[in-house]
Write a protein that binds this ligand. Structure first.
Ligand code: NAD
Ligand code: UD2
Length: 314
């Protein structure tokens, strides 16, 4: 049984990870519930939930000095790019400063740690059009969110090389699955489409707003494949001090998404076409050779992932 810290553990990715890990491990979760919810977590003796902010140095010092962790997953962040553009200073404290402090506290108190995993983002690649994106592709972070993720990622990996703090970073592409919060306009597009379909199914008169032609594409990766990727990165020796794309290597357009979902649910979803969002990237696709080298092989096509989502009540 390992002892594991998950920051942001009440959110979409963190809570799904927690639900899996709590079956065989002891977890400490720190989350301020700004986006996440306690209802995402099971009530079990193996989870200690702390409602608090990762920028709270007193709290984080207490958590890191009073526990001996085997693994740390730092997932807490303001995950909305738009929010980071509106509030660059506040989001910088959460998306960058908290990482730096966590690294320092880990160096000081966590001598037995097996791995710290930091959640970075495909946003670091920006709008440079060459595809697919490999880890060594041109980095062009364009927003406070992306700049903070890239800078934090660099520090995380440097702590491994400079101070022997065992770290790795992952660049998530477009992750989807049950428990993803659809309530912000900048929530993941799949969670928004599923929400509209659910409402339509319940008899509500609603539509999906498509920003642009629907021909834009993303590398959508299902949460179950993300958990697999995290497990491999956390436990492989060769991933020490390294960063990995977490994706499928397959792109799907928004039009294809709507078509697959309408077919799976046998519901016609009205589409309200609007202008593209400012700064929207047309296509995003990952090269996943590096993580495949750790044994990663994504199991879920978009259709399979969406089918599973629907089966689990979406
Ligand atoms: P999420 O918003 O569901 O989860 C983030 C969690 O962090 C939430 O529960 C939120 O309440 C918590 N949090 C936010 N600020 C906090 C603070 N100051 N102190 C403590 N807790 C705080 O997002 P997610 O999709 O689960 O993303 C997890 C991580 O993965 C984030 O770091 C995000 O930037 C990164 N990421 C996600 C995606 C994706 O497709 N979902 C893509 C790229 C990167
Ligand atoms: C994702 C990440 C973001 C950042 C970025 C890096 C999510 C939720 N966001 O943004 O954090 O890492 O990648 O490139 O994972 N759309 C609609 N209608 C809607 C909502 C979205 O048409 O109601 C479009 C949107 O304009 C875009 C596409 O759907 O073209 C995907 O949008 P998204 O917000 O799910 O993800 P993305 O790739 O913009």
């Amino acid at each position: 049984m390992d002892k594991i810290l998950i920051t942001g553990g009440a959110g979409f990715i963190g809570s799904t990870l927690a639900n899996q890990l709590c079956l065989t491990n002891e977890l400490v979760i720190v989350d301020d519930l700004s986006m996440g919810s306690k209802s995402n977590l099971p009530q079990t003796d193996t989870i200690t939930f702390i409602e608090g902010c990762v920028t709270d140095k007193v709290l984080m010092t207490q958590v890191l000095s009073e526990n001996n962790f085997d693994y740390i997953y730092h997932l807490a962040a303001v995950a909305s790019v738009a929010d980071s553009v509106e509030r660059p200073l506040e989001t910088h404290e959460i998306n960058f400063d908290s990482v730096f402090s966590l690294l320092e506290l880990t160096k000081k108190y966590q001598s037995g740690l097996k791995r710290l995993i930091f959640a970075s983002s495909a946003a670091v690649y920006g709008d440079e059009p060459t595809l697919p994106k490999a880890e060594e592709s041109v980095i062009k972070p364009l927003t406070p969110y992306a700049i903070d993720k890239f800078a934090a990622e660099k520090y995380v990996l440097a702590y491994s090389n400079l101070y022997n703090v065992p770290t790795s970073a992952v660049r998530f592409f477009n992750v989807y699955g049950p428990k993803q919060n659809p309530n912000s306009p900048y929530s993941g597009v799949i969670s928004i489409i599923l929400d509209r379909l659910k409402r339509k199914q319940a008899g509500e008169d609603c539509s999906f707003t498509m920003f642009g032609s629907g021909k834009q594409s993303r590398d959508f990766v299902y949460i179950e494949d993300v958990l697999l990727a995290l497990r491999l990165v956390a436990t492989s020796k060769e991933s020490l001090g390294e960063v990995y794309n977490v994706a499928t290597g397959v792109e799907t357009t928004l039009n294809e998404l709507v078509e697959i979902l309408s077919e799976l649910l046998a519901i016609e979803l009205p589409i309200d076409y609007q202008e593209s969002r400012e700064g929207d990237i047309e296509h995003s696709l990952a090269d996943i050779h590096k993580i495949k080298g750790l044994g990663f092989n994504p199991e879920y096509s978009v259709k399979a992932g969406l089918t599973d989502c629907i089966k689990r009540g979406f």
